[in-house]
Design a protein around this ligand. Structure first.
Ligand SMILES: [Zn+2]
Ligand SMILES: [Zn+2]
Length: 164
């Protein structure tokens, strides 16, 4: 079965490949198992054990029944994840069609389903909320900074003139 993994270094056995993958993987709070392959790029498909794609290797040794004619899809949308329950095989056409219909946004939030269109909503409210929160924090920091600077000039405990 390891013969199906293109580019895999020949000295691996299913057991040693499993150990190799797990040694390089870190569990995230979302349940993903992020593998660190060669190179510094994260969030993208990783190469391990010679020139093998980590998600394909993981599918072969952890899930089994790999069909090289089909694509592997990440249900979590995280390309460097090798958690076996996040991997499934689909046809290339299915994968392209599904891309806009993923159940999670690119930050891993569960997407909202729109009953009227039968599709997921385009925008992610959780992402919007987070963006707004970051914006407010930035604003608050700027205001605090401005106040501190003004207070420094004026004397911290003296209220500004004209304030009731
Ligand atoms: Zn995952
Ligand atoms: Zn989101």
């Amino acid at each position: 079965m390891l013969a199906d993994i293109t580019g895999l270094s020949r000295h691996f056995t299913p057991d040693s490949l499993r150990a190799h993958l797990l040694e390089r993987a870190t569990r995230t709070p979302d349940g993903c198992l992020i593998v660190h392959g060669y190179g510094a790029r994260r969030g993208t498909y990783q190469k391990v054990a010679g020139r093998a794609w980590a998600h394909i290797a993981a599918y072969v040794v952890f899930v089994g029944g790999y069909d090289p004619a089909l694509d592997i899809d990440h249900t979590c949308g995280v390309k460097d994840c090798i958690e076996p329950t996040h991997l499934r095989q689909v046809t290339h056409a299915e994968r392209c069609r599904d891309r806009r219909q993923r159940p999670y946004c690119r930050n891993g939030h569960v997407r909202e389903f729109d009953e009227t269109t039968g599709r997921y909503r385009r925008g992610c409210r959780a992402c919007n909320r987070e963006a707004q929160r970051r914006w407010r924090q930035r604003q608050a920091a700027e205001v605090a900074h401005a106040r501190a600077t003004a207070g420094w000039r004026r004397g911290a405990d003296v209220p500004p003139t004209g304030t009731p």
